[in-house]
Design a protein around this ligand. Sequence first.
Ligand code: SF4
Length: 313
Amino acid sequence: MSAVWVEEEAPAVSADKQMKIERETHKLEKRLCRQVGQAIMDFNMIEEGDRIMVCMSGGKDSYGMLDILLKMQQRAPIRFEIVAVNLDQKQPGFPAHILPEYLQALGVEYHIETQDTYTIVKRNIPEGKTMCSLCSRLRRGILYNVARRLQCNKLALGHHRDDMLQTFFLNMFFGGKLKGMPPKLASDNGEFVVIRPLANVAEKDLIRWAAHRQFPIIPCTLCGSQQNLQRVQIGNMLREWEKQYPGRTETMFTALQNVAPSHLMDPKLFDFKGVVATGVEDDEGDHAFDAEEFSAPSLSGLSGVPGLQVVAA
Ligand code: SF4
C-alpha cells in the first residue's frame, strides 16, 4: 500500500521540477541570444553579405557558438552565411566521425580539413616542452588557407567572457601589459576579420547550454600537451574571487569596457605632457586630493553599485 503512495507522489514532484528546468533553460537561451546579439551590435561583428567561417574544435564553446549563431541567423535583419569548419590535426584517438555526423544532421554547410600537424609538432618539439605555440601557429596558417578557399571574409572563434578576463590577468601578471582579448580584430595577415561572438557570455552558461543541448563533446586533451599552468592559476584565482565576492567577475568584465586612459600611465594613450589648467570648473572633473570611495563588497553582487564607477572617462 505504501509503495503505491510513493509511486503516485513521485511524478507530481518530477513534473514540477521539469517545469522549473524548462523555465530556466528558456531563460538561459534568451540570455545567450541577447548577449551574443549585443556583442554583434556593439562591435559591428556581422554585416550584410558576410560569409563567416565558424571554427569548431569540438569543445562546448564552439558548439554553443555555432548553435547560437544559427539562431541569430534565422532572426537577423541582414543576410549572412555560416560555414562550420573543423581542423582534424590527427591527434591520436581523435574521433573524426563525430563532428561531420553532427554537422550533417544539423544541415549546416561545413568543411573538415585534415592535416597532420600533430606529427609535425611532435617531430619538432622536444619531449616535455610545450607544443602549443608551434601547434597554434600551424593551425592558424591552415585555417586562413581554408577561409580563403571557402571564400569566407570573417572567422568566428568561441572565446567567452572568462577567457577574456583570464587573458587580461595573464598579460598583466606575466606580460606586464594591460591587454585583454579583443572581441573583433583584423587577422595578423591582414586578410580577414576575426570575431568572438561569445565575448559577453559566461562560461558557466555555456556549460549549462552544452548539457541541455547534449553536444557530442570531443575531449581537448588528445594531444597530450599539459594545460598552460599560468592560465590554470589565473582561472583558479578568478573562480575563488567569485566564490568569495559574488559579482566580482561581472564587475571586472564591465571595467574592461570602461577604460580611462587619462587615469593610467601610458603616454601613448593620453597626452600627459599637454595637460594644462583649463581655468574652467568641472563638477565631473577629477578630485585629485580626495580619497576615492568604493562601496563595501556585498555578498549579493557588486554589479550596478554606483560607487564602483570610480573615474570619469
Ligand atoms: S593543447 Fe594541444 S592541440 Fe591545443 S594548441 Fe596545445 S598542442 Fe595544440
